[in-house]
Design a protein around this ligand. Sequence first.
Ligand code: BTN
Length: 290
Amino acid sequence: MENFIEQRIGEAFTPEGILAHLGTSTLGRRIEVHPQVGSTNDLAREAGRRGEPEGLVILAEEQVKGRGRLGRVWTAPQGCCILCSVLLRPRFSPEHAFYITIAASLAIYRACVALFDQEASHNHELNKPQASSLKTPTIKWPNDVLVDGRKVSGVLSEAEFSGHDWAFAVVGFGINVNLRTEQFGELQSVATSLSAELGRPVDRAKLIAHVLQELESLYLLLQGGQFGPVHSQWARALETTGKQVTVREAAGIVEGKTLRVDPDGALVIRTRQGEEKRVLAGDVLPGNGQ
Ligand code: BTN
């Protein structure tokens, strides 16, 4: 198994390899694959400024300046993850920009759920123990995808505007695909990979094609002004609802029970003092009680 994973890690992405699995009409019809970049989001932004059409997908085998949420860095070993940015030209109001991020996390979540479901039915057919079926992907507010409580994916959306309207948007995401647990070092308790959770390597080309497919169908809903269905599916996938949480936001720490997520994506928390607090940007800290 170990040798097989190492071998698959060496297999580079190719646009043709992804297109063979892709059934979208816009997203990913043009794909750039780079061996090494600063940040795929930067390349997608440059493409946006050049006037490239919506749907362009930029993938990299390695990023040397990968960016995460809240000014953090995003690091991933070379050749075993998905580091992807998609150029979008939304027609809906920029006040709904947050929906691009939740659509992306939902798309990744759905592709991961499908992967674990397939594994469970495959194991069932072979009469194998159902260990992997017990691991259910979830979304941690606002947009981290977790498996068994540990992060496998994060999303960073960026946009440029022209007056009050969009110039373009870029949605970037990283997925930990074929990494061994030891490769996470001290992050082992909070991060994992799909291969580590499934116990087998995952075909990156098929996975990115599936994510793009899901993202396109959610994005079409947004382009048609249908924000409600995207919001409710995202809210259902959130693992945080109804739990006791500690959230770090710019203004400090908020502790309490999560009540709901508002249409603008804010996490609504009832504090011990009985006050309802809305958090628009922050981190749910690990290790909270139920
Ligand atoms: C997070 O902090 O959870 C968001 C991480 C987003 C990382 C991805 S990797 C591809 C794209 N390019 C970047 O520089 N960042 C995003």
